[in-house]
Ligand binder design. Structure first.
Ligand code: ADP
Ligand code: MG
Length: 249
């Protein structure tokens, strides 16, 4: 699904990535873990087609990425909801934009559909009772669930998340981590979630890509095949992995 080939990327002089190779298979759940400033958000922007390599290539399904793909979903920490639109309107926003511009973002507008298939997503994300409220009336967790509904309504095959739960309280974060794992399994998504939290990486990443102080040369990958199994949070294997990651970070 994702092939990063001999990637070099720099903003200024010091490269963030230098001759960096990494692959992700379709259906994998990856956590990208590393300290602040190591290049996690930069990698996600390169995978999203929002930034481009200084040298080397990023391929998705074999194609060199030249612009954002319609089937890549991107979820950020600060939700990106429109304050003047309700939960239902925010959740339907991506669909409304797609209906207007066409799936490739290039072709002529089609007529805006009034019955966008957003209700089933509101239901799945537990937002029915909130559908007519505005973002300011919601908790952080409800806002992030609205952003997830908006993204998944576009039926992505690749979901990119940049520290999506880091501003939420612990119980809300845990509930959304579990929900994310369920949604990824239900829809067969490929997930790349960026986090600086060792626990979050160990919980969600069936594979963990460890980044360090730039420049990143080799991809350090840790297998974590038990991630996502029920009760993994209380498992000795999970705790041993957290210790290992803490030592390596
Ligand atoms: P992370 O998400 O892991 O915290 P980033 O990918 O945001 O790290 O940043 C990686 C490095 O690139 C950091 O040293 C950061 O200061 C630098 N950087 C990030 N964005 C820019 C930018 N727009 N211009 C210049 N340097 C940047
Ligand atoms: Mg970041």
């Amino acid at each position: 699904m994702i092939n990063v080939e001999a990637l070099t990327f720099h903003y200024k002089t010091t490269p963030v990535f230098e001759n960096f190779n990494w692959q992700a298979q379709s259906g994998d759940s990856w956590a990208v873990l590393g300290p602040s400033g190591c290049g996690k958000s930069t990698l996600l922007a390169l995978l999203a087609g929002l930034r481009f390599p200084s040298a080397g290539k990023v391929r998705i399904n074999g194609e060199i990425l030249k612009r954002p793909r319609p089937h890549t979903g991107l979820i950020l920490q600060d939700y990106g909801l429109l304050p003047w639109a309700t939960v239902r309107q925010n959740a339907g926003l991506g669909l409304a934009v797609r209906a207007f511009y066409g799936a490739d973002g290039i072709h002529a507008p089609r007529e805006l559909s009034r019955n966008l298939p957003v209700e089933s997503w509101l239901e799945r994300l537990g937002l029915n009772a909130m559908a007519d409220k505005y973002p300011a009336q919601l908790s952080g967790g409800q806002r992030q669930r609205t952003a997830i509904a908006r993204t998944l309504a576009l039926q992505p095959d690749l979901l990119l998340m940049d520290e999506p739960f880091s501003s939420l309280d612990a119980p809300t974060r845990e509930a959304l981590q579990t929900l994310t794992m369920e949604l990824v399994a239900e829809h067969g998504l490929t997930l790349v979630m960026v986090t600086h939290s060792i626990e979050e990486a160990a919980l969600l990443g069936r594979k963990i890509l460890l980044l360090n102080e730039p420049p990143n040369h080799a991809a350090h990958v840790i297998e974590n095949t038990s991630a996502g199994k029920p009760g993994y949070r209380d498992n000795a294997e999970y705790q041993a992995l957290c210790r290992e990651l803490r030592e390596k970070m």
